[in-house]
Write a protein that binds this ligand. Structure first.
Ligand code: PHE
Ligand code: ZN
Length: 886
């Protein structure tokens, strides 16, 4: 076994293992061990001869040593490649001068000074079911290289700090593969003998190899142009199989909107004359930002009103934007190493206005298999990273202008470089000349800070005090935590619900003005940096209700001393929409937790009339935005409640959530019926806020009503299903009907499948709906669906729909007889042989097994142990499973 150059073995083995197993175990890599590469690559000329049985890859690299005169061994990554030849400066290299194994190629003593290295390998894309590297998707060739897929194509220093200029020549059968694409500009194309043709592409920008891409196949394009603000014409092309072309209009709209937005908000223009997007049906993730040749999961490109829901339209808008924005945040400025992932992902997710908390720290300190960083699955396919929350804190602290200054300096300093999160921090700090204290801890200290707030009003002095105390819970490897730098955006509501003016605050022995140009403000940002600290506001004329962490100003868990009455008040009046929603969620969480305790003690469940009244007033308030109403009347998910329990009890949580839903539906029946009736529309589908909000509100009302399981609601849902003219409404009605086991459910599910069996994206919705059903014993249905002709373990979307859907259903996955765990365990082992990345995303459903009762713990643990001991397990699955057991 050769030792990896850049990796060190973990000092503490993850598991007790035999000596032999230890040698084979994947090596853990640490951030602190980063070393500059010994060699840089200047140019890379790739040449592909694509074939049905094998593909030849020739790679010609100009290499230069980092330190002049050094000739240490050059270690290249390569995964299961067949090496055909190596040349240095044009001369074949003798066997004695290199070593090759299943993971590396080592050139033992390279010439000192610059040289060219030429390597010829043979690969088998048609056998590549991992969908990393070069593979085939429904007959077409495509690539996926992030994070470490390029090593499946050719031997290379597969690390993002190796940035080079690429050319790519593709040769293939002209009939089978009429379209040949790679990064950059097309230099040349032409006919070859034997029915073949070729294309030569050149990318003028330096890039890391994870941004390389190649596509070859039978595709057609929707074409458009974008005129940049400096007046350049950019050709836009979205490629799909001919029959899907009509479904790309929304994707093109989304792309142009993103290009415009980046110019308007950040002054960032696209930097080439051509931008390609290709949609492929087999893809592990959502999409990939390869330079000028984005490759997308079809799910995030194809949409028509009949086949895609509002959520799909929204996701397409978001992800097309996300990948486009990577051109600057990720591609022009990239990551030094994979510990810096949030440098590009956090920033880019922030830029696409997305957000979402995740359990692990933004930048963990070690990893085995990079792909597992990407496993935080939200909304099915697309993961969002806590890093976005961190970026948002910079903006909260600096304001829009200060943040923009920081971004400008970041690009000025680092364009064309591979950098770290500290570099981003330094740009933000230096551009604004501010003291960021220990802000960098957000990148290294794991665990969500818990912030307690105690408030008191002094009527005589007209002061209002807020005492903050923070605690970061210990996490594995980090027992003792430092206090964090926490920006607290806040306001105060007077008794009529209006924001009180804020003028000054006493803190650290000083009275500071918070007025702006002498004018009072209605919201301000405090910098909380100590374990305990007090802020005393002056000139507060009446006892206020504080609105804390407005706009979710920091990714923390808040424990404030607010009463239920305060929360109802905030829910009704807060000028900050996030906090108004959050107040309702907090009330619902508290209510659910109380009822869960009652349920566990066999007490009868009774719904607090105040809660019903609170939701009712929201539901009938015509001054409110409909999307807000829809969100505000949606109860927190079962997973969220389980997370808050000492011992998670899926049955109790499910029973309580169902009880509340049904009780609300019966008490607000008239209002819900009106909501459905008043929010129908006979007009053609439109993707815009008012229409989406209207549909969302109508459909949540319909779902509530269906939970009543009575004749009238059943008829209503069936009528909605039959009269629907778009997928949003049709699917919502189907889901409402499918809540209730019985003949209607089965008939409508069958009808839906018959209608849509030729559209694999719609069929996936159908799989997912059945997979996550809470009807008793659903594991058997899911097992049967594995054998459905439309199902295929090799297609990630189908796995995420059926297996992922099931693993996300609290009652059936966590069935107390262990049937759900057993099912997932079996599938993971099977899936791992086909696609380790997809398998590891599935195995992560087990990762929180310690949160459950002893019976469930031992059942889940047994499955994890079974998985870890399976023969030939991938590194991806091994990392997740073994870390869960550790
Ligand atoms: N970088 C991709 C994105 O931002 C996500 C991705 C990660 C895709 C790893 C494939 C592999 O969307
Ligand atoms: Zn991204």
């Amino acid at each position: 076994h050769s030792q990896r150059l850049i990796c060190s073995v973990a000092t503490e083995p993850v598991l007790q293992q035999t000596e032999e197993a230890k040698m084979d175990a994947p090596k853990e890599i640490f951030l602190k061990d980063y070393k500059l590469p010994d060699y840089y690559f200047e140019t890379v000329d790739l040449s592909f001869a694509l074939g049905e049985e094998k593909t030849l890859v020739n790679s010609k690299i100009t290499v230069s040593p980092r330190v002049e005169g050094s000739s240490s061994p050059l270690v290249l990554d390569g995964h299961d490649l067949k090496l055909l030849s190596i040349k240095i400066n044009g001369n074949g290299l003798k066997d004695a001068h290199y070593q090759v194994d299943s993971r590396h190629l080592t050139i033992l003593s390279p010439p000192s000074g610059a040289f060219t290295l030429e390597i010829l390998t043979e690969i088998y894309p048609h056998k590549n079911t991992s969908l990393e590297g070069l593979y085939k998707s429904t007959g077409n060739f495509c690539t996926q290289c992030e994070a470490e897929g390029f090593r499946n194509i050719t031997f290379f220093q597969d690390r993002p700090d190796i940035m080079a200029k690429y050319t790519c020549r593709i040769e293939a059968d002209k009939l089978l593969y009429p379209v040949l694409l790679s990064n950059g500009n097309l230099l040349e194309q032409g006919e070859l003998e034997g029915g073949k043709h070729f294309a030569l592409w050149e990318d003028p920008f330096k890039k890391p190899c994870y941004l390389f891409a190649l596509v070859a196949g039978q595709l057609e394009s929707r074409d458009d142009t974008f005129v940049t603000r400096s007046g350049r014409n950019v050709q836009l092309r979205i490629w799909t199989p001919a029959e899907d072309l009509s479904k790309t209009a929304h994707a093109m709209y989304s792309l142009k909107a993103a290009m415009k937005w980046d110019e308007d908000v950040f002054g960032l223009e696209y930097d080439l004359d051509l931008f390609n997007i290709v949609a492929v049906p087999d893809f592990n993730m959502g999409a990939m930002e390869n330079k000028s040749l984005n490759i997308f999961n079809s799910k995030l490109v194809l949409a028509s009103p009949e086949t895609a829901s509002d959520a799909d339209y929204d996701a397409i808008l978001g992800v097309i934007g996300h990948e486009y924005f990577h051109n600057w945040t990720g591609n022009r400025v990239t990551c030094r190493d994979w510990f810096q992932l949030s440098l590009k992902e956090g920033l880019t997710v922030f830029r696409d206005q997305d957000a979402g908390p995740m359990a692990h720290p933004v930048r963990p300190h070690s990893y085995i298999k990079m792909d597992n960083f990407y496993t935080g699955v939200r909304e099915g396919l697309f993961s969002s990273f806590l890093g976005a929350e961190v970026v948002r804190m910079y903006k909260t602290l600096l304001g829009s202008e200060g943040f923009r200054k920081g971004m400008d300096l970041y690009f000025k300093r680092h364009d064309g470089q591979a950098v770290t999160c500290e570099d981003f921090f330094a740009a933000m700090r230096d551009a604004n000349g501010v003291d960021f204290a220990n802000f960098l801890l957000w990148y290294s200290q794991a665990g969500t800070p818990i912030v307690k707030v105690a408030s008191s009003y002094n009527a005589e002095a007209k002061t209002f005090s807020l005492k903050f105390s923070q605690e970061v819970p210990p996490t594995p490897g980090q027992p003792i935590k430092e206090p964090m730098f926490i920006p607290v955006a806040l306001g105060m509501l007077n008794s009529s619900g209006k924001d009180l003016p804020l003028t000054s605050v006493f803190h650290d022995g000083m009275l500071q003005s918070i007025a702006s140009n002498g004018e009072p403000v209605y919201s301000t940002v405090l910098r909380v940096t100590k374990k305990e600290e007090e802020f005393i506001f002056s000139d507060i004329t009446e006892k206020p209700v504080p609105s804390l962490f407005r706009g979710y100003s920091a990714p923390i868990r808040l424990e404030a001393d607010l009463s239920d009455d305060d929360l109802f008040f905030l829910l009704a009046h807060d000028s900050d929409e996030f906090n108004r929603w959050e107040a309702g969620q907090l009330l619902a969480r508290n209510l659910m937790l109380t009822l869960v305790a009652d349920f566990q003690q066999n007490k009868p469940l009774v719904l607090n009339p105040k809660f019903v009244q609170g939701l009712k007033s929201i539901l009938i308030d015509s001054s409110l935005d409909k999307e807000f109403i829809a969100k505000a009347i949606t109860l927190p998910g079962e997973g969220e409640i389980m997370d808050m329990m000492k011992v998670a009890d899926p049955d109790a949580v499910h029973a309580v959530r169902s009880f509340i839903r049904k009780q609300l539906a019966s008490e607000l029946r008239a209002e819900l019926l009106n909501t459905v009736k008043n929010n129908r529309s006979s007009e053609a589908y439109e993707f815009n806020h008012p229409n989406m909000a209207r549909r969302a509100l109508k459909n949540i009302a319909l779902a509530y009503l269906a939970s009543l399981q009575d004749e009238e609601s059943a008829t209503l849902a069936l009528n909605e299903y039959k009269s629907a003219t778009n997928m949003t409404d049709q699917f919502a009605a189907l889901a409402a009907i499918a809540q209730n086991p019985g003949k209607t459910r089965e008939e409508v599910l069958a009808d839906f499948y018959n209608k849509w069996q030729d559209n694999f994206l719609v069929v996936n919705k159908w799989f997912a709906l059945q997979a996550r059903a809470d009807i008793p014993g659903n594991v058997e249905n899911v097992r049967n669906l594995l054998n459905h002709p439309a199902f295929d373990l090799r297609n990630p979307n189908k796995v995420y729909a059926l297996i992922g859907g099931f693993a996300g259903s609290p009652v059936n996955f966590h069935a107390k007889d262990g049937s759900g765990y057993k099912f997932l365990g079996e599938i993971v082992v099977q899936l791992d042989k086909i696609n380790p990345q997809v398998a590891s995303r599935m195995v992560s459903a087990f990762s929180r097994w310690r949160r459950y009762d002893e019976t469930r713990q031992s059942l889940a643990k047994a499955q994890l142990e079974m998985i870890v001991s399976a023969n030939g397990l991938s590194e991806n699955v091994f990392e997740i499973a073994s870390k869960s057991l550790a």
